[in-house]
Design a protein around this ligand. Sequence first.
Ligand code: ADP
Ligand code: MG
Length: 706
Amino acid sequence: MTPEQNTSVNTRFFDTKIEFLKGVGPQKAALLNQELSIFTYGDLIQHYPFRHEDRTVFHQIKSLDEQMPAAQIKGKVREWTTVGEGSKKRLVAYFQDSTGLMELVWFQSIPWYQKNLRVNTEYIVYGKPQNFGGRWSITHPEIELATHENELGGYWQPIYPLTEKLRKRFIDSRALSRMIKGLLEISRSHIKETLPENLVQKYRLVSKADALWGYHMPQNQQWLHQAQRRLKFEELFYNQFRLIKNKLLHKTEYPGLIFNKTLLVKEFYEKHLPFQLTGAQIRVLHEIHEDLKTGKQMNRLLQGDVGSGKTIVAFITMLFALDNDAQACLMAPTEILADQHYQGLKKFADLLGINIAKLTGSTKKKEREIIHKELLDGSLHIIVGTHALIEDIVQFKNLGLCIIDEQHRFGVAQRAKLWAKNKSIYPHMLVMTATPIPRTLAMTLYGDLDISAINELPAGRKPIKTVHRYDAHRLSVFGFLKDEIAKGRQIYLVYPLIEESEKMDLKDLMDGYESISRAFPDVPLSILHGKMKSADKDYEMGRFVRGETKMMVATTVIEVGVNVPNASVMVIENAERFGLSQLHQLRGRVGRGAEQSYCILITDYKISKDTKLRIETMCRTNDGFEIAEVDLQLRGPGDMSGTQQSGLVDLLVANLAQDGEILRVARSSAEEILTSDPDLAQPVNQPIRMHLQNLRKEETNWGRIS
Ligand code: ADP
Ligand code: MG
C-alpha cells in the first residue's frame, strides 16, 4: 500500500445517517437512534456483537441432548394448535425432521405465528432443547424459512446487544446482521487501515476491513478469533495512546511547583513521628518527593491496601507543600471519612502549629465563610473535606497539592476541577485508593498517572483470620462474640445495603439490631446507617470510637476508611450479597490493632458457585491484589468498583479480564511510538494521526447529540 492510499480517508461516508442505508428507512432509523444510539453508518458498523452462535451444524432431533445450550434443526412444521387459557395459553407446533418429531412452543406473539406459520414448509429453528417426558421441545425458538443461503449452514450468527422494544418491532440479531452485511458491502472502499503497517506486520494482525467483516460475519471460528484480536488490539492501542500522550503532555507542557524546602517535614520526622515508617512508606515518600522537586506537575496514584498506612504518607506529602508556602487539600468521598481524616491529621497538625479545617456539606454557613476567607488569604494551610471542596466559591491563595482519597468515588472531571483551583500553575495531585486494582485495570483507569504502591503492612500486624459460617450457626457465632467482648474487644456487624431497596435493607438491619439486643442484653450497642442524620451518625460513631459501645451494627456506610484499632471482629451478614472487593474493604476495618482479628462471613446454606468462590477466596487470602484479580475474573471489568464513574474504560471489544496480554503489547507499542515520534511526523504513523482526527470528530458529534 502506498502512503497515499494509506492516508486518504473518506470520513463523510461513515457520517451518513443510518436511515439512508438500504432496508432501514426513517422509522427503523428512529428506533435505532433511540434504542441503541446508532445514528450513522459509523455507529452501526461499530455496533459489535457480544457473542456468536454456531450455526455451522444442523442437529437431528433424535440426537438432541439436554446439555446442549442450543441446537439448530432443519425440518417442517406438520401442524400447530393452541393449548391452555389466559397466561398459560400457548401455541404448539409439531416440528419434524427425518429422525423424529418435536414441539415448538410460543407463549407470546401467538397471533403473529398463527397468521404466518406455514405447514409442510422447510424451516430452520434454533434454541435450547428441553425434554419433557421423553418429548423434545424448544420454547420461543428462533425460526426462519430455509433459504438457499441458510440451508447450507456454515456460518456463525452474531448476537447483538438489543432492547425489548427493538425485538417487539422485529429488529433482532438476524435483522441487524442483515443491515450490517449490507453496510459492509458498500463500505469496502471506505474502510481505512487505522494502524501503522509495521505494527500490523509485527503482530500479524488482519486488516481493519477484514476484521470488521470477520467480526460481524465470521465464516469460521478462526476468522472470528483473528478479527477479534485485531479489533481488541486497535481499541487498546488507542486507549493507551491517549492516556500516555496525556501523561507525557503533563510532564512536558505543564510546569509544577517546586517543593524543595523541608523544614516542617524534618521537624515532624525528628520530633513527632508516632511510629517507625515501613519500608514501603519510606519508598513511596521518596517517589513523591522526587516528583515534587522536578518542576513538573505530579500526577500520582498511591495504591495501598486498607491499613497499609496511607494517611501518614498523605500528611507528610502535605508538609512538603506547606514547607514551600503552598496550601494542601484532601478530598474524601463521605463525611464520615472526611471527618476521620480531619481528626487524624489535626492531631499531627496541632503539634506543628499548622492550621487545618474541615469543609463538608454540613458545615455551618458562618464557619464556611471563615474558611473561604482564610483559604483565600492563606492563613488556613490544610483543608479536609468532601466534594464541597470543589465548589467554585472555594478559592485558595496558593493551592499546591490536592490529595483525593478513594478516587473511584469521584469522576475524572472532579480531578480537573481541583487542578483549576490554582490559576497560575496546576497543583500537584496525589490520588489514593485502598481498592487494589489489577494491573490491567490500573493501566486503563489510571494509565495517565504514575503509580506508587504500599505493598507492606506495618510490622506486628497479625493476619486476619477469616471463616465462613452458615445462618444456622449463628448461636455459636454469638457465643464467640461474647467471649471477645469479655476480653475487651469491639465488634462490627454489617448488613448489606442495596440502594434500590433501601427500605427492605433497613428492615434487615433493624431486625438484626433487635435480635442482637436480645442476644446481648448487657452489651451497649451502636447503630449506623445511611438514613441517619449526620449528627446522629457522628454521635454513634463517636461512642464506638471511644469504646463506650462494644458492638457496631451497621450497613456498609462504615465501609471506607473508618479506623477503630480496638475493633477486632467483623461479622458480615448475608455475605453472599457483597462483591469480593467490598468484602475485602469491610474486612479491612479490623486487624488494625495488636490483637488477633477475625472476620466471619455468614451466608445462607444455598449459595451459588460464584459466591462460593468469593467466600473461599476471602478465607484463603488477605492480599488485596490477589482478591482484585479474582474479582475481575468473576465480574468482568465493567462491574468492578472503580470503573463505573471513570468513563475511561468504555471498551467495546476488549475485555480487561481476558486481554491483559494484548493490553501490554498495545501499551508498549503506543509508548514506543510516542517516544520515538511524538508529533506523528513519520509516514508510517500517518494512519494514527488520521484516526485520532476522526475520533476527535466523532466526539464532537457526540457532544452535540447528548
Ligand atoms: P489506610 O492505608 O487504610 O488509610 P491508615 O493510614 O488509616 O491506613 O493506617 C492504619 C493504621 O495503621 C492507623 O492506625 C495508623 O496509625 C497505623 N500505622 C500506619 N503506618 C504505620 C506504621 N508504619 N507503623 C505502625 N502503625 C502504622
Ligand atoms: Mg485511609
